[in-house]
Design a protein around this ligand. Structure first.
Ligand code: PLP
Length: 455
């Protein structure tokens, strides 16, 4: 009997998703509402989530490794957060005034995040980046923004270069060259490149994903944290960490607490509100954040940084954020998720090695596991933790095939199967199932000649 191809199995197993996609395309341009959710030939439509698991419209169950785009350290619908939201929803969702809970929420963040002298709430990571840059430009009176190759920073136009090659071309149509003319993209981990970019003293802010590009696909070498801090201070530039993913994951206080380097500004998202929709905040130095103060007319009109937003610090996010951060503050979720990531990393590596597949599984030093297929050209020893090889490329076709096969075997990753965000509620059984699914997926990819061999 002929073996069915990945595509044939995908179309059969996810028949209801396929039908829903046909309907969706008539009302939504690509049938989804986020580029990362689209999968060729159609996305899988989910209908329920609990703990480390997801269920789709066909009734298939998955171990989930996208976890609210990296935010869900406690898995889906954690009891304490659900109870807090249920209690609050009866009391209102938006008061058109500041809510009482916002103060406790901010106090918790202040206790956890070293750069959080003051906190300003907003509605997404993208907004946190946007307002962080606005604050930095207003504070330094300098226009230029420096960012690093391959780093992601959400959807704000001014940071819409640098994430993809070619680095000087915006990642999307519709972004004016004038919007990115002051955004300078440089390689990560090069003190020389950073100093060259800063030495004219016209850069307002250096922004970095705090654990390296795409949550550590290419990491940051430990000494570069010190270099970023030292050089930005030396040239009067602000240092801005994007901790939208790493914030309450890498450690309860994010990367900055773990590496001991405090930026001037931090963008927070996702976990800040217990991954309730509307997650965003800036945590920053008091003298910068004070640009948000309201004073006399002259100051308010010409000098201050304005900020509005209907759902800023809404009571639902505040209630969820408080419940979530109290648990994060114990440090236990970080410890468990890190341990599970290491376990998964090692087991995935064994699956590749057993099949003599050229490739690597590494954990980026915290609870996110990345897979790379191919020979690594990096010189020197490697502990499969932080990967500094910026030259590796991850083949989209193999990533897509991996995603499809993992899904067929009950494992849900981002739409390229290369990344896995662990949580404190992933179980031994989840990891075991995932490893078996990865092995079966590798066999299918080998069968379809989608992988390099001969490690
Ligand atoms: C590193 C990073 N920064 C910023 C953002 C943007 O956050 P949001 O999707 O909440 O706008 C994301 C989102 O995935 C992210 O991963």
């Amino acid at each position: 009997m002929p073996i069915l191809s990945t595509l044939q199995r995908y179309e059969t197993k996810f028949a209801k998703s396929k039908a829903l996609f046909e309907r969706a395309r008539k009302v939504m341009p690509r049938g989804v509402s986020h580029d990362q959710w689209f999968a060729d030939p159609f996305p899988i439509y989910m209908s329920r989530a609990k703990g480390s698991h997801l269920w789709d419209v066909d009734g298939n169950e998955y171990v989930d490794y996208y976890g609210g785009h990296g935010g869900k350290m406690l898995g889906h619908a954690p009891g304490a957060v659900v109870a807090a939201v249920q209690d609050q929803i009866e009391k209102g969702t938006q008061y058109g005034a500041v809510c009482d809970l916002a103060v406790e929420w901010a106090e918790l963040i202040q206790q956890l995040v070293p750069s959080a002298e003051l906190i300003e709430f907003m509605n997404s990571g993208t907004e946190a980046i946007m307002y962080g840059i606005r604050l930095a430009r207003a504070y330094t009176r300098r226009d230029k923004v420096v960012r690093f190759q391959f780093h992601f920073a959400g959807a704000y136009d001014a940071v819409s270069v640098g994430n993809k090659k070619p680095f000087d071309v915006p990642v999307s149509a519709g972004i004016l060259p004038s919007t990115v003319k002051d955004t300078v993209v440089i390689p990560m981990n090069s003190e020389e490149a950073l100093e060259n970019a800063l030495k004219n003293r016209d850069v307002g802010v250096v922004i970095a994903e705090a654990a390296g590009s795409s949550s550590g696909v290419v990491g940051i070498k430990p000494s570069f944290y010190e270099s970023m801090r030292k050089l930005t201070t030396q040239y009067g530039t602000l240092l801005f960490f994007d901790e939208v993913v790493t914030g309450f994951r890498y450690s309860p206080g994010g990367v900055q607490a773990a590496v001991g380097v405090t930026p001037d500004l931090t963008a927070l998202g996702k976990g800040v509100s217990g991954v309730m929709p509307g997650a965003g905040a800036i945590a920053g130095r008091k003298d910068i954040m004070d640009l948000l103060l309201l004073k006399d007319e002259e100051w308010n009109r010409f000098k201050r940084v304005s900020h509005s937003g209907t759902f800023n610090a809404n009571p639902i996010c505040a209630a969820a954020g408080i419940a979530y951060l109290k648990i994060i503050a114990t440090g236990e979720p970080t410890r468990v998720a890190n341990q599970k990531a290491r376990q998964l990393r090692d087991a995935l590596q064994r699956q590749m090695d057993e099949r003599r597949i050229a490739g690597c599984a590494y954990d980026s030093g915290f609870s996110v596991v990345h897979v790379y297929f191919g020979h690594c050209n990096r010189m020197g020893p490697c502990d499969r933790a932080v990967c500094l090889n910026a030259d590796k490329t991850r083949d989209p076709a193999a990533g897509q095939a991996l995603f499809m096969n993992l899904a067929l075997n009950g494992v849900k990753t981002p739409t390229r199967g290369y990344d896995a965000f662990l949580s404190a509620v992933h179980t031994e059984d989840d990891v075991k199932k995932t490893v078996a699914a990865f092995g079966r997926s590798l066999d299918a990819l080998l069968e379809e000649k989608k992988l390099p061999q001969g490690n």
